[in-house]
Design a protein around this ligand. Structure first.
Ligand SMILES: NC(=O)c1ccc[n+]([C@@H]2O[C@H](COP(=O)([O-])OP(=O)(O)OC[C@H]3O[C@@H](n4cnc5c(N)ncnc54)[C@H](OP(=O)(O)O)[C@@H]3O)[C@@H](O)[C@H]2O)c1
Length: 328
C-alpha cells in the first residue's frame, strides 16, 4: 500500500480557516482529481463536512470520526489505524485532510503531493505539520493568471531516507514514477490499456509516439477486445523487449533471459492483481462466451471509469515495468 498526503499549503503552512479552504485554484483542483480518482481517500469528519456535494465520485471515500458511524457514500472508521487496516496492500491511499488527520498521517506517509501557494493568508486556523525535513522529488511552477490569484507550485516530496535509495525496487526514480503517472493519464485521455503503457515508456528506447501507439493499438482489451491477456501487461512486455529482447534467431541464451524477465513481470502482475487475464480482471469470467464479444469499445465516460479497474491495472503494469527497467 502506498500512503500519500495531498494538500494545498500556504507559505506559513496554513491550509484552512473556518472549515474552508483558503484558495480556489482550478489547476490544483484538477491535479487533486487526477491523482485521487480511482483510488482511496481518507479524511477527517470536518473535511468531509466541507465538501460541497458529499462523497467524491469515483473514489473509495473513508471518513474518520469518533461521533458518527455512518455517512452516505463513505466508510466511517474510528481511527486511522482501523481505516488503514481495511485497505489492501495494492491500494493507493491519499490522505486529503484536514489538519488533525495530516498531523496523524505524516509519519506514515511515503509521499507528500503538495500545492505550495506563494502567499501568507491574513487569517487561518488550520495548519499543515512541519515537513521541512522531507526531500523535494519533483516540482512544477505556475504563475498567477486570471483564474489563479497567486503563484503556486506543485511539489512532490519523498520521505528522507528512501529517496536516495535508487536501487530499492519499491522506490522508483522520479523520472520513472512520472512515466507511471503518464501511463495512467494516457488511459484517462482515452487510449487503450496497452497503448497507455507503451506510449509512456517508448521514447526511452527511441520509439516515437506514433509508432508506439500504432504497434500497441491492437492489444487493448485483452488483444482486440477478446479479453485474453491484459493489454497493459502486453504493453509492458513490448517495452521489456526493448531492453531485454534478443535479436539473433539462434541466440537461445538471449531468448531464455528475455523469457525469464517476461515471466517475472507477469508473475508480479499476477501476484498484485490475482490474474493477467482481462476477463478475470473485469470479473467477466464465464459470463461472456468468446464468440459474442463485440469489437466495439465501450464509451469512455464517468460510469466507465468508475466501474472498470483498468486505470489501476495500467498503473500496476507500468509500475512493475518501471521497477524492472530500474533494476535492468
Ligand atoms: N488546504 C488543504 O489542502 C486542505 C485539505 C483538507 C482540509 N483542509 C482544511 O482543514 C480544516 C479542517 O481540519 P480539522 O483538523 O479541523 O478537521 P479534520 O481533520 O478534517 O476533521 C477532524 C475530525 O475528524 C475526526 N477524526 C480525526 N482523527 C480521527 C481519528 N484518529 N479517529 C476518529 N476520528 C478522527 C474527528 O471527528 P469527530 O468529531 O466526529 O470525532 C475530528 O473532529 C478546514 O479548514 C479545511 O478546509 C485543507
Amino acid at each position: 500500500m502506498s500512503i500519500r498526503i495531498i494538500a494545498a499549503v500556504a507559505r506559513n503552512n496554513a491550509i484552512g480557516n473556518n472549515n474552508k479552504l483558503l484558495y480556489w485554484l482550478p489547476s490544483d483542483l484538477r491535479r487533486f482529481k487526477q491523482l485521487t480518482t480511482g483510488h482511496t481517500i481518507i479524511m477527517g469528519r470536518n473535511t468531509f463536512l466541507s465538501l460541497p456535494k458529499g462523497a467524491l465520485p469515483n473514489r473509495r471515500n473513508i471518513v474518520l470520526s469518533h461521533t458518527v458511524s455512518s455517512i452516505d457514500g463513505c466508510e466511517v472508521y474510528g481511527s486511522l489505524d482501523e481505516a488503514l487496516v481495511k485497505c489492501s496492500s495494492d491500494e493507493e491511499v491519499y490522505i486529503i485532510g484536514g489538519a488533525s488527520v495530516y498531523a496523524q498521517a505524516i509519519d506514515r506517509a511515503d509521499m507528500l503531493c503538495l500545492t505550495e501557494v506563494d502567499d501568507i493568508p491574513d487569517e487561518a486556523d488550520a495548519f499543515f505539520p512541519d515537513y521541512s525535513s522531507w526531500i523535494e522529488a519533483w516540482s512544477e511552477e505556475h504563475t498567477k493568471d486570471e483564474k489563479h490569484s497567486h503563484d503556486f507550485r506543485f511539489v512532490d516530496y519523498k520521505r528522507p531516507g528512501i529517496v536516495d535509495d535508487d536501487k530499492n525496487p519499491h522506490v522508483l526514480t522520479d523520472a520513472l514514477e512520472q512515466r507511471v503517472q503518464k501511463a495512467v493519464e494516457l488511459f484517462m485521455e482515452g487510449y487503450n490499456c496497452s497503448q497507455s503503457v507503451v506510449a509512456a515508456f517508448a521514447d526511452m528506447y527511441g520509439m516515437n509516439r506514433d509508432t508506439a501507439l500504432r504497434v500497441s493499438a491492437g492489444f487493448g482489451g485483452g488483444v482486440g477486445r477478446l479479453r485474453m491477456i491484459c493489454g497493459a501487461v502486453s504493453g509492458s512486455v513490448m517495452i521489456a523487449g526493448m531492453y531485454c529482447g534478443q535479436t539473433e534467431g539462434d541466440d537461445r541464451q538471449g531468448k531464455a533471459s528475455c523469457y525469464k524477465e517476461i515471466q517475472e513481470i507477469i508473475e508480479e502482475f499476477k501476484r498484485e492483481n490475482g490474474s493477467v487475464i482481462c476477463a478475470e480482471l473485469l470479473g467477466l469470467n464465464g459470463a461472456v462466451p468468446t464468440g459474442s464479444l463485440s469489437y466495439v469499445p465501450a464509451e469512455r465516460n464517468a460510469a466507465y471509469y468508475a466501474k472498470r479497474p483498468c486505470a489501476q491495472k495500467v498503473e500496476s503494469a507500468a509500475r512493475i515495468l518501471a521497477r524492472h527497467i530500474m533494476m535492468s
